[in-house]
Design a protein around this ligand. Structure first.
Ligand SMILES: Cc1cc2nc3c(=O)[nH]c(=O)nc-3n(C[C@H](O)[C@H](O)[C@H](O)COP(=O)(O)O)c2cc1C
Length: 416
């Protein structure tokens, strides 16, 4: 599951995209050993390292507090965000990217477990696990947890899956010797937890959401294994158009899988699909639900480039999925902010779009560097909405540069 959920097909690539390839999160795995003791492991998918940090009843207590348990023969996977890893490059916007990036990974792990036939129980922002996470990574926030039931024989999580190094780091990295965060990371973190204007941050203590159970044993996987292996972010788009029906069915299927896995009727973000072609397929039965479509053949490359903050390599995108939500739902300060949920669903949906696009041969990339006002104008979105994420699709081009990987945040319009 780790291979499918975290590592891409060519093994040098991750299974999920990340703004500027910064991967601003940590992944922990809790499993039980033969003697019944629960161990806490930290996973580094880049290096394919899985190291045990601690073991013992304290971990069970934390799990109990979070209303979770390690399923027999299975594991609990905990994701914790480290906003600093993205914010040092992207400023405040890096906070949004952190949530989107982590949602991509979360959804991919759910789909990988589903693909292998495991059952999954989800917890969003479970309380009780902070102590475990912060002991080994201060300035981190628990994002979500998945309890994965045992995989069927043959597909089960080997003790040491091929290419992974699993080691016991308790002696070499006891909690008392843990690495202290860089002072800049601490400053960034403190600004997040004390800044009441920082929307969602005040809800670190938000109520636990009800668990979501994904139990699809013996059903066709939601996403075939091949899609996990071929996923990648387009480095640019070639001129030309991709079939509108492929784009529509990509988005349609992604929305329906999201609703299957994380049902939440009517919850933002809203999805508006901009297609740079004449309207086609009028009257076709099975009109997509859950997305609005704007046919905009007149949209120029210059407008698209401008709306994507001068990212020229995106100028020839054939279609853009805009995920947007009422601004008020994002910034309410009375504990009612939906920011976390909106970004969680936006990132999860975008991951599904990546995987569906891969199956249809569409080039695709998530885009965080966009001008919300400009896109609202171009696509006629409600004035009181804000775009939170965009996914561009089109014809692939092999040799365009991926500018947001550069050290300086090129996509943020910080230089003219
Ligand atoms: C939240 C988010 C924002 C992103 N923003 C941009 C962007 O503005 N421009 C762009 O070209 N790529 C963007 N990407 C794609 C990343 O550059 C890409 O995921 C990263 O380089 C790793 O490449 P890979 O996805 O092929 O593994 C974004 C990805 C995510 C998840």
């Amino acid at each position: 599951m780790l291979d499918l959920g975290m590592i891409g097909g060519d093994s040098s690539r991750r299974a999920v995209p990340s703004a500027g390839a910064s991967y601003p999160y940590e992944c922990y795995i809790l499993t039980r050993d033969d003697a019944g003791a629960t161990g806490l492991h930290q996973v580094d998918p880049g290096r394919r390292h899985c190291q045990m940090l601690s073991c013992g009843p304290r971990i069970d207590e934390a799990l109990c507090h979070a209303a979770l348990a390690v399923p027999e023969g299975g594991a609990v996977v905990v994701l914790a965000t480290r906003p600093w890893l993205s914010m040092r490059k992207y400023g405040d916007r890096g906070y949004l990217y952190t949530q989107l990036d982590t949602a991509h990974l979360h959804m991919n792990l759910v789909l990988a477990a589903d693909n292998l036939g495991a059952g999954v129980v989800l917890r969003r922002r479970p309380q009780g696990l902070e102590s475990l996470v912060t002991e080994y990574g201060q300035c981190a926030e628990v994002h979500s947890a998945l309890a994965v039931t045992a995989l069927p024989a043959g597909d089960g999580p080997d003790v040491e899956p091929p290419g992974w190094v699993v080691r016991d780091a308790r002696a070499t990295r006891p909690a008392s010797l843990r690495q202290q965060p860089h002072w800049l990371e601490r400053l960034c973190w403190e600004s997040l937890v004390t800044d009441s204007a920082g929307v969602e941050v005040g809800s670190l203590n938000a109520a636990i959401s009800l668990p979501t159970a994904v139990r699809r044993r013996n059903r066709t996987p939601l996403v075939p294994r091949a899609a996990f292996h071929s996923r990648r972010s387009a480095t640019g788009f070639a001129p030309g158009t991709v079939p509108a029906r492929d784009v529509r069915s990509t988005v349609d299927r992604a929305i329906s899988v999201l609703d299957d896995v994380l049902p939440a009727a009517g919850t933002p973000p809203h999805a508006t699909l901009v297609i740079r072609q004449e309207e086609r397929e009028q009257g076709k039965s099975g009109r997509p639900t859950g997305q609005s479509i704007r046919w905009l053949p007149e949209l120029t490359d210059e407008s698209v480039t401008e709306a994507f903050m001068a990212q020229r390599h995106l100028a020839d995108a054939s279609a853009v999925l805009l995920l947007h939500a009422p601004t008020a739902s994002l910034i309410e300060e009375t504990g009612g902010s939906q920011l976390w949920t909106v970004l969680y669903r936006a990132g999860a949906l975008a991951q599904l779009v990546y995987l569906e696009a891969a199956q249809r041969g569409l080039a695709v990339t998530g885009v965080g560097g966009f001008d919300s006002e400009r896109w609202k104008q171009l696509a006629g979105l409600p004035a009181d909405h804000d775009v939170v994420y965009a996914v561009a699709m089109g014809v692939d081009t092999p040799d365009a540069p991926k500018l947001d990987r550069l050290a300086v945040a090129y996509a943020q319009n910080e230089r003219s």
